[in-house]
Design a protein around this ligand. Sequence first.
Ligand SMILES: [Zn+2]
Length: 276
Amino acid sequence: MPELPEVETVIKGIEPKIIRNEIIDFKKYSPKLRYQIEGNIRNKIIKKFVKSIYRRAKYIIIVLEDNQTIVIHLGMSGRIIISNSEDRIITKHTHFLISFSNEVDLIYIDPRRFGLIKVIPSNFLFKSKLFRHLGVEPLDRTFNRKYLKRICENKKSPIKSTIMNQKHVVGVGNIYASESLYLAKVNPIKESRSLTTEECNLIVKYIKKVLNKSIKLGGSSINDYAMVSGKLGDYQNKLAVYGREGSICRKRSCKSKILRIVIAQRSTFYCPVCQK
Ligand SMILES: [Zn+2]
C-alpha cells in the first residue's frame, strides 16, 4: 500500500508535468472505486489551470482556479502514470484520465479499486469529511515529543496503534511504524500510557527520520508501488525489521531473530531483545 513517502514521491513526479497547465479533458473508464466516481467531475475541472499540488496525509491535492480542488487517494494499489496524449494506453484497470493543454495525460490505474477521486470546493476542503478528523502531519513541528506524550496519556492501546491512528498523526503506515519503533528501541506492544518522555522523543525523531529518508529514496516498492516514471523506490532495501521475520537483528551485538506479531490486524515486526 502506498504510504506517505510513496505519495510524496508521486507528487514530485506529477508536479513539473502539470503545474500551470490547463485541463482540457477528463475521461472516466471504470467508475467503481472506493466511492463511485461522480458524474459531474468533468464540468467542474474542465478549462481550469492547475495552481498548486501538494500532499495532506496520503491525499494528493491538486488546486485549480475558481475554487475547485481535485483530491486523489491511491488506496491499496493505485498508480498514476504521466504520458504523452499521443502514446496513451488504456488498460482494463484504468479508471480515469485527465488531459492537459501541454499534451500530457495523467492516468489513474487501480486493480484493487480502493482509491478515490473527488472534486471539492477549495474553501471547504479541510471542512469536508475526508479531512476534518485528520491529525497533525508527522513532518510538521507540531508533531513533537510533547504532542506525542499528551496523546499517549491514559491510553492502554499499544504504542504502534497510537502512532498509526490518523486522528492523532497522519501518514505513519505499517512499514514506517515498525521501522521507527525499532530505531527508538520501543516494543510495539507497549502500552501508550507507560511511555517516558524520552521514549516519546525518540519515537518522534525516528518517525521523521525514516519518512524523510524514504522520501529521499523514492519510497518503498512493496505491493505494486512504483513512481510516476515507472521506476521503483529504494527504501525497501533499507528496512531493518519490516518483512524480516526470522532473520537476525541488524544490530551487530544482537543475535536475536526478528519476530512477527499481529497488532490491530496488522503484521508487526520487532526485535524482542532491542525493543523493550
Ligand atoms: Zn536486536
